[in-house]
Each structure stands twice: as C-alpha cells, then as structure tokens.
Design a protein around this ligand. Structure first.
Ligand code: GGG
Length: 353
C-alpha cells in the first residue's frame, strides 16, 4: 500500500510549518532533504500556511490556497505542529484534522524506535521497536459535539464514528506493514464499546480472510487500557499496533516516553495518492523561539515520507545520519538531556548525510 510505485522524476514538497516549533523544525527537515538532493531529481519546495496563528491573522486556519496547492501542485507535504486551543473558538477548526480528511490520508503511521543510549523510563529495556498504525479519519475526530442545557445542568455529547470501510483499509495498511514484522496487535475496547470498537475489531480481524497473503501474520488483541500498561511493562510484546484514531494518538505519545522523547518520533499521514510527513510532537509553546526544539522527529518524518514515495536511498541516508547523531549523543537537545541547539543537531546530521 506504499506509494513506492509512484516515485516520479520531479518531486514537489509542500511545507506547512504551522504553529509554534513547527516553524523551527520544518526548515530543519527541508535542509536534510536538500542534503540528499542528488538522490531526488528536480526537487522543489512550496511554502504554505495553516494553523491557529494563520486563523488569528486571516480568519481561516486552512486557507483554500493551501489546499489547492497541495492538491494541484504538490506530490507530498510536511506538516509541523498546530496550537489548537483547548476551548471552543468560533470559526476555528483544526487544520491538521481537516487536511487528513480532505486529502484522504487515512493512516497515520508512527514508528517508535529506541535510540539505544538514550535513558529510557526507569526499569524499561531501551530496545523498543514498534509501529503504531492509527486510523486517521474518524472515531471522535469527526468532531460532532453538542452542548445542551438540561434541568440538571449542562450535558455534552460527542458522536464516535467507526465504519467498516475505514476499519478495513486501516487494517489492510497495518497487515501490509506487519508482513515484514512478526506480529500485529489490534487495540480496542470492545468489552465496553461493543458496537463501535466491536465493528473495528471484527473488520480488522476479517482482513486476512479477504487477502490470504496476510494469513502468515500473527494477530493478537489487547484492550486499550491494558495495552498501555503492557507497553510500559513489556514493550517488546508489541510490534505493529493498529488502533482507532483516539487510542492510536494516545498510544503513540505513551510509546514516545519509552524512547526518550516525543521529539524523536516521526509519522506519515498516508493515503493511496498522497503522503504527508508530520512529527508526532505538538507546537511546544513552552520552548518556542528558544532555538532548542528537537529537529529529529521532523527530519525522520521527512525520511519516512521519502521512503513511502520510493526514494529509498535518500531516506536511508537521512535515517543513518540521524541514528548516528542520536546514538553518539554528543549533539542532543535538552529534551534528550543534552545542551545542543536545533541548528547544531541539524548541522551535524547534514555533515553525516
Ligand atoms: N504534529 C502534531 C501536532 O501538531 N499535534 C497537536 C495537535 O494535533 N493538536 C490538536 C489539533 O489541532 O487537532
């Protein structure tokens, strides 16, 4: 299901730094891609805007020009991070959630891999290597919420959508990834949510009946709460974890704790015709503008995106350089216990590319 067969001669990449440290780490990812430019003929970048800051300036968080450019001009994109407010802001809607929908990027693929020398959570062996495959278009993220005032006070409700179509295609994506790895775990809570999670569970479980090539994958199931527990206690039992949208988001942040920092965990939002790299971390308002944001997650997201598109050599060159910088630990940003600045890490990675 990767787009490797679509690798083209010309590659146009949309850059959407969006909010907060996205403005610092997406340029870092661009620098890393430029460093492997000889592996990617006719490389072009298009600067695009979106985010809460864009909303406060222009009244829209996702300008139509950005969407049009992504659809008409770009082969792929890199998205930074967004500072969506925790309160309701009239007229605002998360641009990343919208982009995933508009571009039908139905899978969020998040590899979480230890850099061995980085101190893990106490007591957990530093050799985590798993992939969270998060459904990206539905669940509670359809954002159908309502607030009513009743005789007993306010009452808020949200609709949670799980469809057979979305569950099947995320299941297929996860099984595809699991073909090269020993196990796949389905994460759900169907003992409580027997209708919604029940549908997710039965649909994903049935995927190998439709496509027999997946029958060689060992399938396990785990309720989401015990999955988090086991993730911390014995992360090595997990390999590919496929989950509905919200569980997948939470699981991947939790897994990031096992590998030192959210600052090193990449992702791609993948559909059948477009792919968008995106660091798992958010906009980090506490460190914005200080020049100490960890660029590794974004640079790895760029490599993951290139890999997905079939630019394997360029992707591997970036990954190898990042791995050696992180492993040697001489240039680490403060989230990993170091004192390096973003530009120091980028320079070191580029030197090794
Ligand atoms: N790069 C991940 C990121 O920006 N996370 C923040 C986030 O997703 N916020 C919620 C939203 O805007 O939907």
């Amino acid at each position: 299901r990767s787009m490797a067969t679509l690798a083209r001669k010309n590659l146009t990449i949309g850059l959407i730094p969006a909010d907060g440290i996205g403005q610092e780490v997406i340029p870092a990812a661009r620098t890393a891609i430029e460093a492997v430019g000889s592996d990617i003929p006719s490389l072009k970048f298009v600067d695009l805007v979106a985010g809460f800051e864009t909303f406060t300036r222009t009244g829209t968080a996702l300008p139509p020009e950005t969407v049009e450019s992504l659809k008409e001009e770009c082969d792929c994109a890199l998205f930074g991070s967004v500072s969506s407010p925790s309160r309701k802001v009239v007229g605002y809607s998360s641009p990343i959630v919208a982009l995933r929908k508009i571009l039908d990027l139905y899978a969020n693929i998040r590899p979480v891999v230890s850099a061995k020398q980085v101190s893990p959570v106490v007591g957990v062996p530093p050799d985590v290597d798993l992939v969270v495959v998060r459904e990206n278009t539905e669940c509670l993220y359809i954002k159908q919420e309502e607030l009513r005032v009743t005789d007993h006070g306010k009452e808020a409700r949200a609709t949670r959508l799980i469809t057979e179509r979305a569950s099947r295609r995320i299941g297929q994506m996860a099984f595809d990834i699991a073909l090269n790895r020993p196990r796949q775990a389905m994460i759900h809570k169907s003992n409580v949510l027997s209708v919604t999670d029940g549908l997710f569970r039965e649909t994903v479980r049935a995927v190998p009946d439709i496509e027999p090539k997946y029958q060689k994958v060992t399938v396990m199931e785990q309720l989401v709460d015990s999955a988090v527990y086991r993730l911390f206690r014995e992360p090595k039992v997990f390999d590919v974890m496929v989950a509905p949208n919200l569980y997948g988001d939470i699981l991947s942040d939790a897994a990031a704790a096992l590998v030192g920092s959210l600052g090193v965990v990449p992702s791609v939002n993948a559909g059948d015709n477009f792919v968008m790299g995106e660091p798992v971390h958010g906009s980090a308002p506490d460190i914005v503008g200080q020049g100490i944001a960890n660029p590794v997650a974004s640079i790895r997201s760029a490599a993951l995106m290139l890999h997905h598109l079939g630019y394997i050599k360029g992707a591997n060159r970036i990954d190898t350089a990042v791995d050696s910088v992180v492993r040697e630990a001489a240039y680490l940003t403060p989230d990993l216990g170091g004192t390096a600045r973003t530009e120091d890490v980028v320079n070191e990675i580029v030197k090794r590319i």
